[in-house]
Design a protein around this ligand. Structure first.
Ligand SMILES: [Zn+2]
Length: 417
C-alpha cells in the first residue's frame, strides 16, 4: 500500500506529493525522510498506524496540504524496505518484484524470516547470549530451552552450549547473502583450523581462552547493534542480491533515509573488530604449516610467510605478538593465505570508502545517491550500505571461529565451566 502525502518542500516551496510505501505494523510508527529532487532539502516525518490499520502522516516541519491545494504536484516516491526510483509513479513493490524476477520470492521470504526472528525471538536470543557470555549456565539453559523447546536437551553438555546458540545466529544471518559465500569462507578457514596438537596447545591457554571470550562478547554486541538498527541497512539487500546474481541494477535506484552518520560509525567498528579477529587466522595458518601456533616465520624455512602485499617500509613479523602490534594494512596482508576470505574482506571493506571514513573525509549524501568526499571522489551510498551487509557475514564468521577455539579447549578438557 502507498500513502499519498501532500506538502511543500521546506527548502524551495515546490508543491510536492510524497508517495510513501507503507510497511508499518498496526499501532506502530514508520519514520521517513525524503530528499527534495530540486534543492536537496530533507522532508522528514512519520507514518502512524492505528490499531485498526488506519494510516496517516505527520511531518516534522512542513505542513500537510489537501490534494486541491495545487494542480501541479511534483511526485517523490519512497519505500522504507527496499530501493526504489524516486520519480516513479508505479508501485515500488511491483517494480522491485519485476527487477528481482525469479529471485523475488526467495528474497521476500528471506527478509521476512529475518524480520520475524528479529521481532519475535531476538530478545530471547540476545538474553541467552548474555548468559552465555557471563557463563551463567543455569539461566542460559533455561533461556535456551524457552527458545528451542524440545530442541534443547535436558542435560546439555558444554559443546552443545557453545554450539547451539551460535547455530541459531548463523541460521538467522547467513541467508541474507544469496551467494552462499559464508559457507565457502567457513570451509576455507576451518580446514586450516583443524585441531592439531600445535593449535590446541595454543588455544587452551587461559589467556587465549579469555581473549576469545572477550572477542565473542564484542562481536555479539556489535551484531546485536546491527540487528537493532536493521531498518538502516536492510533496504540495500536487494542491491546485494542483484549483484550476486549478476542482474542489472536499475538506473536511479535510491535507498530510503539517509543514515550515513550512523552507519559510518558502524562501518568503522566492524572494521576494528574484524582486525581483532585476524590473529585467529594467523595461528590457524601457523599450525597448519607445521610451526608453533605463535610463530609466523621460523629460521631456515624454505618459503617463509611474508605476504606479497606486506608494506615494504615495515619489518615483516616473526611472531604473533609482533603481528598484533602492526597497523591494519599490514595485518590485512596476512589474509594472502586465505584467498576467498581475502576477497570477501576486500569487498566488505573497500579501500576508498575506508580511507574516506578514516580521514573524516566523507561528508554527506546528496540526492544523486553519492557520498561526497573531500578529494572529489564520489562514492555510492548504495554500495556503502551494501558493504554493511557483507560485514555482518564476516562478524558472524569471526564469532563462529572464536567459538570453535573455545570448543577445542572443552574437547581438550580445559574449557571453563
Ligand atoms: Zn526543495
Amino acid at each position: 500500500m502507498i500513502l499519498r502525502v501532500y506538502t511543500t518542500c521546506p527548502g524551495c516551496d515546490v508543491p510536492t506529493m510524497l508517495r510513501i510505501g507503507v510497511a508499518v505494523a498496526p499501532g506502530d510508527r514508520q519514520p521517513f525522510s525524503v530528499r527534495c529532487t530540486q534543492c536537496n532539502s530533507v522532508i522528514r516525518g512519520k507514518l502512524i498506524t492505528t490499531e485498526d490499520s488506519d494510516v496517516s502522516a505527520e511531518l516534522d516541519e512542513s505542513q500537510l496540504l489537501s490534494e486541491e491545494a495545487s494542480g501541479d504536484w511534483r511526485v517523490i516516491t519512497t519505500h522504507p524496505a527496499f530501493p526504489f526510483i524516486p520519480q516513479t509513479v508505479n508501485s515500488p513493490f511491483l517494480e522491485i518484484s519485476n527487477v528481482l524476477g525469479k529471485a523475488a520470492r526467495p528474497y521476500f521470504q528471506t527478509v521476512g524470516e529475518f524480520n520475524a526472528l528479529a521481532m519475535k525471538d531476538w530478545p530471547k536470543l540476545e538474553r541467552s547470549y548474555q548468559f552465555y557470555a557471563a557463563e551463567d549456565w543455569d539461566r542460559f539453559d533455561n533461556s535456551m530451552s524457552g527458545l528451542l523447546g524440545d530442541g534443547w536437551p535436558d542435560l546439555p553438555d558444554m559443546i552443545m552450549r557453545h554450539d547451539l546458540v551460535h547455530r541459531l545466529l548463523t541460521f538467522m544471518i547467513f541467508p541474507l547473502d544469496p551467494s552462499g559465500m559464508y559457507a565457502a569462507l567457513q570451509k576455507e578457514i576451518w580446514e586450516r583450523a583443524e585441531p592439531s596438537q600445535r593449535l590446541v596447545d595454543y588455544v587452551i591457554d587461559a589467556t587465549a581462552q579469555s581473549q576469545f571470550a572477550a572477542l565473542q562478547k564484542r562481536l555479539f554486541s556489535q551484531i546485536a547493534h546491527l540487528i537493532n538498527i536493521r531498518h538502516l541497512w536492510m533496504p540495500s539487500i536487494p542491491f546485494l542480491w542483484l549483484n550476486r546474481l549478476g542482474y542489472n541494477i536499475p538506473l536511479g535506484w535510491r535507498l530510503p533515509g539517509d543514515d550515513f552518520a550512523v552507519l559510518r560509525g558502524v562501518y568503522q567498528q566492524n572494521f576494528e573488530l574484524s582486525c581483532q579477529a585476524l590473529p585467529m587466522l594467523v595461528v590457524a595458518q601457523n599450525s597448519a604449516d607445521g610451526r608453533v601456533a605463535t610463530v609466523i616465520r621460523a629460521d631456515g624455512e624454505s618459503s617463509p610467510w611474508v605476504p606479497p602485499q606486506f608494506p615494504e617500509s615495515l619489518r615483516s613479523p616473526r611472531t604473533l605478538s609482533q603481528f598484533e602490534k602492526l597497523n591494519a594494512v599490514a595485518k590485512e596482508a596476512f589474509l594472502d593465505r586465505f584467498p576467498l576470505t581475502e576477497a570477501a574482506w576486500n569487498e566488505a571493506f573497500d579501500r576508498n570508502i575506508r580511507n574516506a571514513i578514516a580521514h573524516a573525509d566523507a561528508d554527506t549524501v546528496v540526492a544523486t545517491g553519492d557520498i561526497m568526499t573531500g578529494k572529489g571522489i564520489n562514492l555510492s551510498y548504495m554500495e556503502f550500505v551494501e558493504s554493511i551487509v557483507k560485514q555482518l557475514q564476516l562478524l558472524l564468521l569471526w564469532l563462529n571461529l572464536a567459538k570453535l577455539f573455545r570448543v577445542y579447549a572443552v574437547l581438550a578438557g580445559r574449557g571453563q565451566t
